[in-house]
Design a protein around this ligand. Structure first.
Ligand code: GTP
Length: 684
């Protein structure tokens, strides 16, 4: 409808005033007859001269600083014993006043009826029950031939989800007692669809701004504004005449009287309530307002019921989450997670199959495509769908990403990314089968050409929709996100625990290797006493301490006598045993602060800390006689050692003190073996 459409429906009259609500700028051509007052020259009139002083003042007072009156005003026309209802609002630089005749008859009863209906609506626990009751209550209230609720899907196609048809001439609660309702004059529309093009954006926008639209008679001649040519925006006006295309549309539907009320959802129009009559059908302002109240209440209740249902569903999904279950302390592998939860996930997401793709491994349950197809799908989605939300389709055969993947048994796919590893996300994928659906289009379907047959309002077109699965609901996609996040955390927890296990194993292996290395670096592999490198380190440390604190120490270098003979006669392994037994015996007889090391071959060194010459000689003698008592299996002769003893001198180095001990030891050999010799202070 044009913004400045000057035509008005004749069931009320209209006044256009200046911004001060004083001077009249235009009136509808029927104002004079409706109020029964002569209005000779519109331009010379004021609001006071038409509505009287008191009412005009009240309108001005209540409209001060406001866009519209907070509620309708009623007044009695002085020239007729008729009551009227008045609406006033600002439109641009004008104030518009709409006046409708009021039938107070039955008002009390109407209030009671509406209250009772409101209470029943507030008690409804299911959407169907609520909408069935709403259409029935509205039908009883207005008496229209057909009252229907049309719900919009995500493509703005409308589906008639509830309907009440007139079944009797006069019903209890009807506000039009005695009026004969023409039965069966309009066909039932329940279950039928209206294409989105029947509800263009402009029409939906108009419903969002002005939820109530009353057309008492589509075919009635229209009133116009006087003086002709007045330019006023009447798009907010109850009385504005329907646009020609709307008129034609209603006529094609066989509708002559119509009242429609928007059902405003939280994210746009949820739907519309239509009251249709095959003949012209007056609706009084109180009834119209009552219908609006009922629809508003029902819509609120509907949203509440839906929110509750969604909350219950989300709670069920929450309860199924891995991390909220008892297993959260024990990380599970993706395979374990999948086998444990796949069945629950399928039922929560009404899927006939589910697959989990993690790092190239595919786990499947129920009816799913082949693993190769799933892997290919993942590669394609990964490329095409970079954001973090789920990806879904209802029509795999038509969707470019899936059409060539051979998913004949899966029409619906909902894929949830699992960013366990940002470079290669995992995917949880649900599959739904085809759901063949028969759509009944009330007029012609959006795709089909218009045929003459379709012009008949009663002929519903039947269209079979194939290749589509049930739609993935918004709440299901939200729940899928929750599940995806949970699964990502669970899989990451498992990966971290596996990594930790590997790390712990490797740490232990490293510690063992270090220990082995330390053993090799510092110990003689045969006798397990310190090796030459380690004993030299110890001598160096002792030299430093001796120099700093003057703490003398002694070095005993000893060599097994005639060891070659033992080897030659009894074999090397007995020789080895002798060396092992000797080292063990000597080591166990030393003080804790003394150390034994193998110097090489059958030569050993004892580092005796805090030792004087006498003490060192005494130790050497003790060791010499102890060794003579050593028993080794296979050795049937006593074994002896020759020992050279050197005590630290202030100018000693490791090399010199060893050399002195060595010289003493060779002296002991020369002097007959099995004896102790003390080193000279200086070695030449
Ligand atoms: N079984 C065994 N023999 C070793 C080992 N290291 C050195 N020998 C042997 O020890 C023998 C040392 O012989 P010699 O240096 O001639 O000295 P000896 O026979 O003990 O004679 P004196 O020292 O003069 O009493 C050699 O035959 C070496 O091969 C070892 O780890 N195991």
């Amino acid at each position: 409808m044009s913004k400045h459409h000057p035509l008005l429906q004749a069931f009320g009259a209209l006044l256009v005033l200046d911004a001060d609500s004083r001077r009249i700028q235009a009136v509808s051509s029927n104002l004079s007859s409706l109020l029964n007052i002569p209005i000779p020259d519109v331009r010379t009139q004021t609001l006071t001269s038409v509505l009287g002083k008191r009412l005009s003042q009240r309108v001005r007072y209540e409209l001060q600083g406001k866009q519209r009156l907070s509620g309708p005003l009623t007044f009695k026309c002085p020239t007729r014993s008729q009551r009227f209802q008045l609406h006033a609002y600002r439109s641009g630089m004008h104030v518009v006043i709409e006046i409708e005749p009021l039938h107070t008859l039955g008002k009390q009863r109407l209030l009671g009826t509406v209250n009772e209906r409101l209470m029943r609506l507030a008690e409804a626990t299911h959407q169907e029950e609520l909408l069935d009751y709403l259409v029935m209550a509205v039908q009883e209230l207005t008496g229209h031939d057909r009252v229907s609720v049309c719900h919009f899907d995500s493509d703005w196609h409308g589906l008639i989800v509830a309907e009440s048809l007139a079944t009797g001439s006069v019903k209890p609660g009807s506000v039009s007692p005695g009026r004969e309702v023409p039965l069966g004059r309009l066909p039932a529309l329940l279950g039928q669809r209206f294409p989105a093009k029947d509800f263009p954006v402009a029409l939906r926008g108009a419903y969002e701004r002005h939820p109530v639209r009353l057309i008492q008679d589509v075919a009635a001649p229209c009133e116009h504004l006087l003086p002709r040519g007045a330019v006023v925006d009447l798009s907010d006006c109850f009385l504005r005449a329907p646009a020609p295309e709307r008129q034609q549309y209603l006529q094609r539907l066989g509708v002559r009287g119509a009242l429609s009320v928007a059902m405003q959802g939280d994210t746009g129009l949820w739907g519309l309530l239509f009251c249709h009559s095959a003949s012209a059908y007056p609706v009084t302002p109180p009834v119209r307002d009552a219908v609006r109240t009922l629809v508003q209440m029902a819509t609120q209740r509907l949203l509440l019921l839906r929110a509750r249902q969604e909350a219950r569903y989300l709670q069920r999904v929450q309860d199924s989450l891995v991390l909220s279950s008892n297993n959260r302390l024990k990380p599970q592998s993706p395979y374990q997670l999948f086998t444990e939860h796949a069945e629950t996930w399928q039922s929560l997401f009404r899927a006939h199959g589910v697959a989990l793709w993690v790092k190239g491994s595919v786990y499947q349950a129920g009816n799913t495509p082949k693993p190769e197809a799933i892997s290919q799908l993942v590669t394609r989605i990964e490329k095409a769908h970079v954001h973090s939300g789920p990806w879904c389709t209802q029509e795999t055969a038509k969707e470019p990403l899936t059409s060539s993947l051979g998913m004949s048994e899966q029409s619906g796919v909902l894929a949830v990314p699992l960013p366990t590893d940002p470079s290669q996300r995992g995917w949880l994928i649900f599959f739904r089968p085809e759901q063949v659906e028969t759509l009944y289009w009330a007029m012609q379907p959006p795709s089909a050409p218009l045929t003459p047959m379709m012009m008949l309002p009663s002929a519903a077109w039947c269209e079979e929709v194939t290749g589509k699965s049930e739609a993935w609901q918004r709440v299901e996609r939200l729940a899928a996100m929750d599940l995806g996040e949970d699964l990502t955390l669970a899989i990451s927890a498992y990966e971290i625990s596996t990594l930790n296990m590997h790390l712990e194993r490797e740490r232990k292996a490293l510690a063992d290797a270090n220990q082995r290395l330390e053993q090799l670096a510092h110990f003689d592999p045969l006798t397990q006493v310190w090796n030459r490198y380690r004993i030299e380190q110890a001598i160096d440390a002792e030299l430093v301490a001796a120099k700093r604190y003057g703490a003398a120490f002694a070095l005993l270098l000893f060599d097994v006598d005639h060891f070659k003979q033992i080897n030659d006669t009894l074999g090397h392994s007995v020789g080895d045993d002798v060396l092992i037994s000797l080292a063990r015996m000597v080591e166990s007889s030393l003080r804790g602060c003394d150390h034994l090391g193998r110097w090489g071959g059958e030569e050993f060194v004892v580092l005796a800390t805090h030792s004087s010459m006498d003490a060192a000689e005494g130790l050497a003698e003790r060791l010499r006689s102890l060794v003579a008592t050593l028993q080794v299996t296979g050795l049937n002769q006593p074994m002896t050692v020759s020992i050279g003893v050197a005590v630290w001198q202030p100018d000693d180095s490791c090399k010199t003190i060893i050399a002195r001990a060595d010289a003493a030891m060779y002296r002991a050999k020369r002097n007959g073996r099995n004896r102790v010799e003390i080193a000279e202070k200086n070695v030449q």
